[in-house]
Write a protein that binds this ligand. Sequence first.
Ligand SMILES: Cc1cc2nc3c(=O)[nH]c(=O)nc-3n(C[C@H](O)[C@H](O)[C@H](O)COP(=O)(O)OP(=O)(O)OC[C@H]3O[C@@H](n4cnc5c(N)ncnc54)[C@H](O)[C@@H]3O)c2cc1C
Length: 376
Amino acid sequence: MTAMTAPLSVPVSLALVGAGHTHLAVIANASRLRAAGVDPFLIAPAGFDYSGLASGVLSGAMPAESTRIDIAGLARKHGVPHTVAQVTGVDRQARTLTLGDGSRAAYDAVSFNIGSSVEDPDAWASLEGVWPVKPLSSLFSLRQALEKDLAVGTRSPAVVIAGDGPTGFEIAAALTGLHERRERSVNLTLTGPTANAHWAPGSAGRSLTRNLDRRGVKRIAARVVGHGGRRITLSDGQSIACDHLVLATGLRASRLTDQLDLPLDDLGRIKVAPILCSVGDDRVFAAGDCATIKGSPRPFAGVFGVRAAEVLIDNLCALGTGSKPRPYRPQSRWLSIMDLGDGTGLAMRGDLWWQGRLALALKRRLDIGFVERHRA
Ligand SMILES: Cc1cc2nc3c(=O)[nH]c(=O)nc-3n(C[C@H](O)[C@H](O)[C@H](O)COP(=O)(O)OP(=O)(O)OC[C@H]3O[C@@H](n4cnc5c(N)ncnc54)[C@H](O)[C@@H]3O)c2cc1C
């Protein structure tokens, strides 16, 4: 990696690709960038759904609009030219991006905040009745489909969740909450190698599984290995009915990273130095789920993208001013709060945890506050 000492000739044309948690703050600080000689432009979809409130939507406690941030409006407000498009290709030698419509955009430096997608080796996500947990719009469509099923039939649809990580558990809890709100019994099976919340600290996992067991969720310690004809096959040989299959099978960085010809980790994340530029190209920055920081790998969680924003803004300004970039050191413990869909939350931080209404109230306060801060 070359040292970032000499400033690029100003104005530096900075492409912001994707408007995830980190770039929301970069867009809002566009005037600081321009004052430093850096001209940002954005290529991203027109809207962004904030995942912290996704389970609230899925459980029927909140409308889908509550997660929505109007990216086009935010960019307009802060004077950032915005092309509503996906970037489909990157030529790092020529420093150009290819957009979905085939057009190209040149840049001096580029920053990626393009998030993640679901691991789906068997390409099930495109099948009818299969719902990957990302993009979040897929989950909101699942809620609509379930509400339709519940409105017309007396039989509750059979829902299977593939994946026993925090996302699989949170979605199981949220969908159970949706059924409870509609006063219907739930026919939901959570599957995964252990079907236990083995990743939760101390006895939090037992508390969580007790909560789901009491509310009628079935748990099977086996992986989904086959899908078709409204049934799924499990790795233990069982075949069970499945009207809706939720893929919570783990995340990987958005596929665009594969095209960069830069060092990636085994989940496709761009390996970045603590100053948030790629270890292979100091004109390529990345933050959030599409990046992993050398020496500080972290799980996929929005909190790291949010916390990286201040450092990223400073280091993007440094492209124009030539000042010394500073490192981002992600915290080793962080607060995560699961919405259990029954009016309670499960808060976890390191080895500590607590469950109850206050935990959910805190989550709502933080998440609604985040969305409101970024509304144009
Ligand atoms: C159901 C669910 C609930 C979750 N709840 C929480 C939670 O409560 N707290 C928490 O910390 N984490 C939570 N997470 C994890 C969290 O969603 C991710 O870690 C977070 O979204 C990552 O943020 P990001 O900014 O990297 O990317 P994202 O939030 O995914 O944003 C990336 C943006 O880039 C855009 N984009 C993608 N590709 C391109 C492209 N090629 N060109 C242009 N734009 C592109 C996308 O459309 C998107 O708008 C949850 C995840 C799920 C699935």
